[in-house]
Design a protein around this ligand. Structure first.
Ligand SMILES: C[S@@+](CC[C@H](N)C(=O)[O-])C[C@H]1O[C@@H](n2cnc3c(N)ncnc32)[C@H](O)[C@@H]1O
Length: 222
């Protein structure tokens, strides 16, 4: 396969994209700053360009029924909810009261409370509840961004829940480049490699892994 090599300085490229690549609202900027104050874990938050892309996809799809697995302080949930149709509903799944307390504060300020329902608990259980409540094939969109070791399970459950033509987006599929390291056998890396290889052969979806931030895979259910 031919590759077009672009020798770009990644830091310069990142600065350029941050300058002209998207518009970040003052409230999202404030949320990013508050999240930075949490220290190293703030790295869990999606990048602003990713948020802009996710919002755009939700707008283009006119989505009305969405799931987010992994809310943290709420950045991506705001992007999804702002992108969805006016009557849209986002079920936001997380196990942390502490992080989602920050998210709720911003949803409140943006008057997104009617659009976002927080479901606290183990995401696997919440997804199983959706499945056992006959909600298979009824969702438009799922964003997967929680504990990496459960990624394959989240993917399978999401695939059951979305309708044909629905979209699953999975974050961190490049995993800081660790997916390229054959000797990295940590459980998170193994899990992401497993999922990437699985999706590559999964005939139930069309997909594309894009190298934005830490990598993001877009899947459309056939
Ligand atoms: C990478 S962060 C999500 C970042 C978020 N999407 C954003 O844009 O800021 C992962 C989140 O998944 C949550 N999480 C981890 N394991 C979970 C589980 N088993 N069930 C539910 N939530 C979980 C964590 O509490 C954390 O808030």
């Amino acid at each position: 396969m031919k590759h077009k090599d672009t020798q770009l300085d990644p830091n310069k490229l990142r600065s350029y994209i941050d300058l002209v690549g998207y518009k970040e609202s003052p409230i999202l900027k404030e949320l990013r700053d508050e999240t930075s104050g949490l220290g190293d874990i703030s790295i869990m938050q999606i990048g602003a360009a990713q948020g802009a892309l996710i919002k755009m996809i939700c707008t283009l799809g006119g989505f009305t029924k969405c799931i987010e697995i992994g809310v943290f302080t709420g950045y991506s949930s705001i992007c999804i909810a702002e992108g969805m149709a006016k009557n849209g509903k986002l079920f936001a799944l997380d196990k942390s009261k502490e992080f989602t307390h920050i998210a709720e504060k911003y949803w409140d300020r943006l008057k997104l409370n009617d659009k976002i329902e927080l479901l606290l608990g183990n995401a696997k259980d919440t997804l199983d509840n959706f499945i056992s409540s006959n909600l298979e094939n009824t969702f438009d969109f799922v964003f997967i961004d929680a504990d990496k070791s459960n990624y394959l399970d989240y993917y399978e459950k999401s695939l059951k829940l979305i309708r044909s033509g629905g979209i699953i987006i999975i974050d961190n599929t490049i995993w800081k480049g660790k997916v390229l390291d054959e000797n990295d056998n940590s459980s998170s890396t193994k899990s992401i490699k497993l999922l990437n290889n699985f999706i590559a052969k999964d005939e139930r979806v069309d997909h594309c892994l894009i190298s934005i931030y830490d990598g993001m895979t877009l899947c459309i259910k056939k």
